[in-house]
Design a protein. Structure first.
Length: 81
């Protein structure tokens, strides 16, 4: 039961992050001259980095516990964004 609020918060922040990415596209397309293809490639690389780092995190969960790994993952994700 202690993990449910953390999961809910993670889900809400995920929605906010995706919304921010959509708003960022509006500005970056005009400011940086990015095409839709270039922005899609950048977004795809961003997702691949996220997905790649979740595999090692899942191997650490049995040793450190889910709460610690999820908390560290959220903090590191926030710092990198």
């Amino acid at each position: 039961l202690r993990v449910i609020p953390l999961l809910w918060l993670s889900y809400v922040l995920n929605i906010v992050d995706r919304t921010n990415l959509a708003y960022a596209q509006l500005q970056m397309s005009t400011d940086l001259g990015l095409s839709a293809r270039a922005f899609g490639l950048g977004s795809g690389i961003f997702f691949l980095a996220y997905a790649t780092m979740q595999v090692p995190a899942n191997h650490v969960i049995p040793r450190l516990g889910a709460v610690r790994v999820l908390s560290a993952s959220m903090v590191l994700w926030g710092l990198s964004a």
